[in-house]
Design a protein around this ligand. Sequence first.
Ligand SMILES: Nc1[nH]c(=O)nc2c1ncn2[C@H]1C[C@H](O)[C@@H](COP(=O)(O)OP(=O)(O)OP(=O)(O)O)O1
Length: 175
Amino acid sequence: MSFITSSKLLTLILVLNEKEQKILLGMKKRGFGVGKINGFGGKVEAGETIEEGARRELLEEAEIEAIDMTKVGVNMFTFENDPVGLEVHIYVTKEFKGTPTETEEMKPEWYSYSDIPYSQMWADDKVWIPLLLNNTRFMGHYHFSQDQATVLYEKLNVNIHDDDLLERFSFEQIM
Ligand SMILES: Nc1[nH]c(=O)nc2c1ncn2[C@H]1C[C@H](O)[C@@H](COP(=O)(O)OP(=O)(O)OP(=O)(O)O)O1
């Protein structure tokens, strides 16, 4: 169980090449989750929608422009001894403009769906990335140990209606 008092609003965007069955991931070069391989994303800024935030982060971190963004899930991450949760809204784009390019924040690389480097990613990713690849909508809560390495508690709901993914996470959902 976790008792959080507030949450930060964040995005994560996964770029898929369905024809080649590949996913674009990046090694995070600085900040939260440094050294881990992940999708692109970050904090939603004042005055932008969540989707605009996701689009901006993809452009800033990989220098590509999303064309057909779809929201596929929302995850809440909480941490032992930390009252602030991270509410992460997750998008997929299957089309984009530009060439994925290494930036100060991320080093992008394509991975086959069958060879996703879960051991170098956040521990929750192996739960929901397969759902994302399978077009299944999801909503989850993962409570991490203080060192961010272990999931102590998890709750997953699947086949969420698209309309229900538009809302912010309600606190009752994670208790
Ligand atoms: N458990 C988790 N699993 C996952 O797949 N992604 C996670 C995660 N916890 C956080 N993230 C993602 C959400 C977001 O895209 C990113 C963290 O956001 P930011 O890049 O904004 O953090 P930073 O501390 O680097 O921020 P800045 O210093 O402001 O750039 O990590």
